[in-house]
Design a protein around this ligand. Structure first.
Ligand code: NAX
Length: 328
C-alpha cells in the first residue's frame, strides 16, 4: 500500500460534499491502492452538521480512509494538502448582481489562495468547483503565486463534458463509451461551448454519424448550457451527485494517463493556445500523462466554433476585469 494522499475539501457539509466524501473515501478518486486523509473545511456554523458527516464516514469503516479532520480555518484545513477541492462558495441569491457574486466569492478565494500558498504542499493541485468557478480559480491562483505553480490550478467543466457525452450517445443510439473527444471550451456558465465538431463516435468524426447539424448547433447546445437550470427546476435543488461524480472524474482524469481517443475537460491557465489570452482560466480539451496536463493542440475550430469561443471568452474577460484588484 502506497502513501496517504491528503485531500482538503471545502464546503464539505454541503450537498456536493455529502455525495463526494464517500466516493473519495471508497477509493473511487485515487484507486484501490491509495490511502486518503480527508481534511474538511466548513464555516463555523456548519461544523455541527459536518460532525454528523464525519460520524457517517466512520460508520462506513472504509479500509482506505486514514482519518478525517475538520476545521473552519483554511490555514488549518490546507496544511500539507496534496489536493484541494474548493467546493464551498456563496450561492447567488435573488436580487444579487453577477458582479456582487464575483466579489463576495472573490474574497473567499483570495483568502483560500493565500492559505494554500502558506501551508499546502508545494506540489498541491487545486480543483475549484464553487461558482463562478473559472474566476474563483483565477483569483486563488493569483493569490498563491510564487508558492504554487499556476499549472496546478483547475476549474471544473467535467460535469458539462459528461452531460454532453450522455446526450450525444443518446442521439446516436450508442453506449456512452463510444463517444470520445468531447470538450468544453471557456466558462462553466451558460456561454460554455461543448464542441461537438471534433468529437468522435466509435472512432468516426461525430458529424458523419449524427447528420443533424441543426440539432447539434441548436437543441444539443442549449440542453447542455441550460442543464443545471433544468435540474434545479425538476429537483428543487442543484446538481449534487452528478457534480460529485464529475469531481472524481476530473481528478482521476488528471492523475491517470488519458486513454487514446479520450479527452479530459477542465479550465486551466491559458498558455495562449487558440488565441486565448495567457493567464486566463479557460476551459480546453486536455490530455494527461498521469502527472501533468497538456492542452490539446492543432485543432482548427470552424466559423461556428470560433463564434462560440469568442462569446465565452468575452464573458470570462469581463469577469476577470471585475475582480482585477483582488489579484496581486
Ligand atoms: P451547498 O450550498 O449545499 O454547500 C456549500 C457549502 O459551502 C455550505 O455547507 C457552506 O457552509 C460552505 N461554505 C460557504 N462558504 C464557505 C467558506 N468560505 N469556506 C468553507 N465552506 C464554505 O452547495 P453545493 O450544492 O454543495 O454546491 C457548491 C458549489 O458548487 C456552488 O458554488 C455551486 O454553484 C457549485 N457547482 C459547480 C459545478 C461545476 O460544474 N463547476 C456544478 C455543481 C454546482 O452547481
Amino acid at each position: 500500500m502506497s502513501q496517504t494522499i491528503r485531500v482538503a475539501i471545502t464546503g464539505a457539509a454541503g450537498q456536493i460534499g455529502y455525495a463526494l466524501l464517500f466516493r473519495i473515501a471508497s477509493g473511487a478518486m485515487f484507486g484501490p491502492a491509495t490511502r486518503v486523509h480527508l481534511s474538511l473545511l466548513e464555516l463555523e456554523a456548519a461544523l455541527p452538521a459536518l460532525e454528523g458527516v464525519r460520524m457517517e464516514l466512520e460508520d462506513c469503516a472504509f479500509p482506505l480512509l486514514d482519518g478525517v479532520s475538520m476545521a473552519s480555518d483554511p490555514m488549518k484545513a490546507f496544511e500539507g494538502a496534496d489536493w484541494a477541492l474548493l467546493v464551498g462558495s456563496v450561492p447567488r441569491k435573488a436580487g444579487m448582481e453577477r458582479n456582487d457574486l464575483l466579489r463576495i466569492n472573490g474574497g473567499i478565494f483570495t483568502a483560500q489562495g493565500k492559505a494554500l500558498a502558506a501551508v499546502a504542499k508545494k506540489t498541491c493541485r487545486v480543483l475549484v468547483v464553487g461558482n463562478p468557478c473559472n474566476t474563483n480559480a483565477l483569483i486563488a491562483m493569483a493569490n498563491a503565486k510564487g508558492s504554487l505553480p499556476k499549472e496546478n490550478f483547475y476549474a471544473m467543466t467535467m460535469l458539462d463534458q459528461n452531460r454532453a457525452i450522455a446526450q450525444l450517445a443518446r442521439k446516436a443510439g450508442v453506449p456512452v463509451s463510444q463517444v470520445g473527444r468531447v470538450a468544453i471550451w471557456g466558462n462553466h456558465s451558460s456561454t460554455q461551448y461543448p464542441n461537438f465538431y471534433d468529437a468522435q463516435i466509435g472512432g468516426k468524426p461525430l458529424p458523419e454519424v449524427i447528420r443533424d447539424e441543426a440539432w447539434l448547433q441548436g437543441e444539443f447546445l442549449a440542453t447542455i448550457q441550460q442543464r443545471g437550470a433544468a435540474i434545479i427546476k425538476a429537483r428543487g435543488a442543484s446538481s449534487a451527485a452528478s457534480a460529485a461524480n464529475a469531481v472524481v472524474d476530473t481528478v482521476r482524469g488528471l492523475t491517470t494517463p488519458t486513454p487514446a481517443g479520450a479527452w479530459v475537460s477542465a479550465a486551466v491557465c491559458s498558455d495562449g493556445s487558440y488565441g486565448i489570452p495567457e493567464g486566463l482560466m479557460f476551459g480546453f480539451p486536455l490530455t494527461s500523462d498521469g502527472k501533468t496536463h497538456t492542452i490539446v493542440k492543432g485543432l482548427t475550430p470552424n466559423e461556428f466554433s470560433k463564434g462560440r469561443i469568442a462569446a465565452t471568452l468575452k464573458e470570462l474577460v469581463e469577469e476577470r476585469d471585475a475582480v482585477k484588484d483582488l489579484m496581486p
